[in-house]
Design a protein around this ligand. Structure first.
Ligand SMILES: C[S@@+](CC[C@H](N)C(=O)[O-])C[C@H]1O[C@@H](n2cnc3c(N)ncnc32)[C@H](O)[C@@H]1O
Length: 290
């Protein structure tokens, strides 16, 4: 039976990365392998045709998911027992992709998104769903009650829909409640916000990007206790798969990005830690390229 999609505009954005991973599942050279995404897309009563031309977003969502999968796997490998909380999880099947048989996992999203997610995923002993807004703090009590071992918070494609003060408040509350936790998140510069009406996928949605941050120093300054450990430019991830982009996009996105730092740095993915103290000189910060 087809599953009706009843989502608020901001929740509806979860269909873009789902669609991207579903399309990818049909490729022999898939960047990220997620057959579950294809099965879900096939059951949704939703018209995905406006997304068919969004080739940069299709590849882009997959390179981003692959990088974050790899970072999460690294975290799991470093900790025998740990907890991962995926904030704004949408219909992402990351737990199934990276599960090491031990991790405790929590998938959090807004109530409408979790209601849809429950049509396809069940709570299990190690993986449970939590309907909540990241802007509230009651969910943190549930995370604290569930937590075993070190914590990693993952946000993918969530922060751009928040306001700057909301991101700061979220980071501050994470640092207060969970000092030492890992945090993976993505940020855009105001340049992306300025040109978002040309975005190949998001122009079909009624949920604008609202959070932009000018550079890495400003990212680090969002929360004094944030320690950036690694930053990867989305441009560089995309450039590694440039042959999959249409010629014009290859030129604008990848070619121009090689010449113009403002384009190359327009969208970044960060691996960080929320410390119990402000970072010092000794804290590691690796920029992959600059
Ligand atoms: C672009 S989608 C990304 C979904 C998922 N991370 C993925 O990559 O497949 C953004 C997600 O953030 C969620 N979201 C937006 N605002 C939120 C909030 N205040 N609290 C929790 N989730 C939120 C949306 O419901 C949606 O699932």
């Amino acid at each position: 039976m087809r599953v009706a999609v009843q989502l608020a505009p901001i929740e509806e954005t979860l269909l873009v990365p789902l669609w991207a991973r579903a399309v990818e599942a049909g490729r022999h050279d898939a960047i990220v392998r997620d057959p579950r995404a294809a099965a879900i897309r096939g059951r949704l009563d939703y018209d995905f045709t406006p997304l068919e031309g969004a080739r940069a977003s299709q590849v882009g969502c997959c390179v981003r998911a692959r990088l974050i999968d790899d970072w999460v796997r690294t975290f799991l490998a470093a900790h025998r027992s740990c907890t991962v909380v995926e904030l704004g999880c949408g219909l992402n099947g990351r737990f199934e992709r990276v599960d090491d048989g031990r991790v405790r996992w929590i998938d959090l999203d807004l109530p409408g998104a979790i209601a849809l997610r429950r049509r396809f995923f069940d709570d299990t002993a190690r993986c449970t769903m939590l309907p909540a807004s990241v802007l509230d703090s009651a969910w943190m009590d549930q995370v604290a009650a569930t937590q075993t071992g070190p914590l990693l918070f993952v946000t993918e494609g969530l922060l751009p829909y928040l306001q700057g003060d909301q991101v700061q408040a979220l980071f501050g509350r994470l640092a207060d409640r969970f000092p030492g936790a890992g945090l993976i998140f993505d940020t855009m510069t105001p340049l992306v916000l300025r040109y978002q009406r040309h975005h190949d996928a998001m122009r079909h949605f009624d949920a604008p990007f609202t959070f932009g941050v000018a550079n890495d120093a400003a990212v680090a300054a969002l929360e004094p206790r944030l320690v950036l450990e690694q930053t990867t430019r989305f441009h560089d991830l995309l450039a590694a798969h440039a042959t999959r982009l249409p010629p014009l996009l290859r030129w604008i996105g990848v070619g121009l990005g090689r010449r113009l730092p403002s384009i190359r740095r327009a969208y970044s993915i960060h691996r960080a830690r929320v410390g119990s103290r402000p970072p010092t000189e000794g804290d590691r910060y690796a920029l992959e390229g600059s």
